[in-house]
Design a protein around this ligand. Structure first.
Ligand code: ACM
Length: 619
């Protein structure tokens, strides 16, 4: 008997073994999560989804989030139902007490009983669901097994922003919603909508119908990169009228769409610069009689609105219609790149300076902004503007978006003003992605070179500020200016994969960031982008870099890798451009030295998409 009992014990212990072995901790990077959560424990056990998935959700937020999960299960070919009853549920969504007080925090557990997400508020629950979706496969599969995890997560920064310029090129509502989906998938919570500029006004204002009849359209657009043109005689235009605008109903629809995804939409109404489109419709707001035309060139115009009473009336009336459309706290007033030539020559401005005892014409912009800010505050809104608004003098209540590097942001934080860091050097996603300036293999673009790694390296908490000053840094934002981005496909090319680096800068504490680890996780995101048919820029193979050449005698060895899972690398040694039929890279290349041999290689994704070539010469 005793022997039998012993045997039973041993047997039952053995039967436990598989479970124990299944719950070995594994590296969190295997999960491919972007942005990296604050604390992740991953195990090699897996929960297999049942044939009929049940999502438990009761409150409005729980049900809202359940809807997104249900839709995703449908994409994966599964049937999911939502019920208020948590018993027997496959996925339990719960608004409840959490150690963290942050409404964006959540806990996600996947174990043998299924998945469970707890958050103290809707945003956290939504982010937990986004993480869960990244644990599910990108496409439909017969059997879906979700890895066991214990995740405790919350963001490093509360402003995790992305700006889309719809003034230089207009994008329809359907695409703006898609763009909002891109942000939501990576836990970006602020969509800055650049609605007005010299080249187009994009929001219906009932009191000023000419804004949508005239200012919303331009006759044509410049062809080519303006910065490469030396003189106006070089300018050529396409002869194609361009324009469009959103009705107030459409704006409300977009804002509601964003709200369901816990994204705040910040409208930008530019003043006093970047206002030529306004002057095209209402030339009486200029210091100098017109006529004006909605601008067809890019860059900065000397023609800006005059700070007259009529102009204040105009912007106050415009803002009075804009404010009710956007429930968020902030209204962006632009404020950048406003040359004062017209103001300097203006008797009206001279009169203002005398009356207000302003010595420097730049400070008139500060006076102008302060009046607008009073109007906004009275309507319960906070003013945010580009860092130029510091130059005119700002109130302690203004928020600064630092784009000309970090200088403005640092100065503002020292004064105790709130700051969003958005330095062009690291976060302007209209900048190029190729080390070769104006490379012929890239689409047309402006600006400098901004590779993925540089975006990733950014830390908004400048070492020039003290920890006490760091609390004024609300967060970070990347911007997509669209002078050279006329189509959704090109938006995607510029945005992906760099937006994922931004997401991690904004979400993951800098002490936990690691570029090599990020690249490994990022690789696992490409099949997800493929599944959504997002035309991301396929990363070139890595290793085509003179510092990576290993020389030994008359041979040089080159090792190439791709972060895209299951991608091929194809290469040429004869100076031609590689395509999908070029030689397949299978092992490190041993190449002769002293022949100036040029090796060019591309990535070919499993879907057959090609990267641009990377190249290196073997000395
Ligand atoms: C800007 O890039 N002009 C804010």
């Amino acid at each position: 008997m005793r022997k039998k009992a012993y045997l039973l014990l041993v047997l039952s212990w053995i039967s436990l073994l598989p479970t124990r072995a299944q719950t070995q901790e594994i590296p969190a990077s295997n999960l491919g999560l972007v942005p990296l959560p604050l604390e992740v424990k991953a195990y090699d056990g897996k929960f297999t989804l049942p044939a009929k998935i049940v999502i438990a959700a009761k409150t409005a937020d729980e049900q809202n989030v359940a809807g997104f999960l249900k839709d995703y299960f449908t994409v994966l070919g599964k049937v999911a139902t939502v019920t208020p009853d948590a018993n027997q549920a496959t996925v339990k969504l719960k608004i409840g007490a959490l150690t963290s007080k942050n409404p964006e925090a959540y806990q996600l557990t996947v174990d043998q009983s299924g998945a469970s997400i707890t958050a103290s508020a809707g945003p956290g629950l939504f982010y937990g669901a986004q993480t869960l979706m990244q644990l599910l496969p990108p496409t439909a599969q017969e059997t879906i097994a979700v890895p066991y995890v214990r995740i405790t997560d919350e963001p490093a920064f509360k402003w995790r922003g992305n700006m889309l310029d719809v003034a230089r090129h207009f994008f329809p509502v359907a695409f703006v919603k898609k763009y909002i989906d891109y942000l939501a998938a990576y836990k970006i919570n602020t969509f800055h909508w650049h609605l007005t500029d010299d080249q187009g006004w994009r929001v219906e204002i009932k009191k000023y119908p000419k804004l949508t009849q005239i200012s919303a359209f331009r006759n044509e657009s410049l062809v080519g990169a303006q910065q490469l043109m030396k003189k106006p005689e070089d300018y050529k235009y396409d002869g194609i009228p361009h324009g469009g605008f959103y009705t107030q109903e459409e704006i409300k629809d977009v804002v509601a769409y964003a709200q369901k995804r816990y994204i705040t939409v910040v409208p930008e109404i530019e003043m006093p610069g970047h206002s030529v489109a306004i002057l095209a419709a209402y030339p009486e707001l200029a210091c100098k009689p017109g006529p004006y035309q909605t601008r067809t060139l890019w860059g900065i115009s000397d023609d800006i609105v005059c700070p007259s009473e009529e102009t204040f009336q105009f912007f106050e009336n415009v803002l009075a219609e804009v404010i009710p459309l956007f429930p968020g706290k902030y209204v962006h007033i632009g404020g950048d790149e406003a040359p004062k030539d017209r103001w300097r020559e203006s008797n009206l401005v001279k009169g203002i300076m005398k009356k207000e005892k302003i010595k420097d014409v730049e400070k008139v912009q500060g006076w102008f902004n302060n009046r607008i800010e009073k109007f906004l505050l009275a309507k319960g809104k906070k003013l945010i503007g580009w860092d130029e608004i510091l130059e005119g003098g700002i109130s302690p209540k203004s928020t600064i978006m630092s784009w000309r590097g970090e200088k403005g942001g640092i100065e503002a934080a020292r004064h105790g003003n709130e700051v969003v860091m958005s330095p062009a050097s690291h976060l302007y996603l209209d900048y190029g992605q190729n080390p070769v300036p104006h490379s012929p293999v890239e689409p047309l673009m402006i600006g400098g070179y901004l590779p993925l790694e540089k975006v990733y390296s950014y830390n908004p908490l400048s070492s020039e500020l003290t920890p006490a000053q760091h609390k004024y840094i609300l967060g970070v934002q990347a911007n997509l200016w669209t002078e050279y981005i006329p189509t959704p496909e090109k938006v995607e090319y510029m945005l992906f994969p760099r937006i994922m680096a931004l997401a991690e800068v904004a979400w993951t504490p800098s002490a936990k960031k690691n570029y090599a680890d990020f690249q490994q996780r990022l690789g696992q995101q490409f099949p997800r982008l493929d599944a959504k048919n997002i035309k991301y820029r396929v990363p070139e193979p890595a290793g085509l870099d003179s510092t990576k050449i290993v020389k030994q005698g008359d041979k040089a060895t080159l090792t190439l890798t791709s972060i895209v899972p299951d991608a091929q690398i194809r290469y040429t040694l004869d100076g031609t451009m590689p395509n999908e039929t070029a030689d397949l890279y299978t092992k490190p290349l041993a190449l002769p030295v002293n022949r100036n041999l040029k090796i060019r290689a591309i990535t070919v994704t499993p879907k057959g998409r090609l990267s641009v070539p990377a190249e290196v010469v073997i000395p």
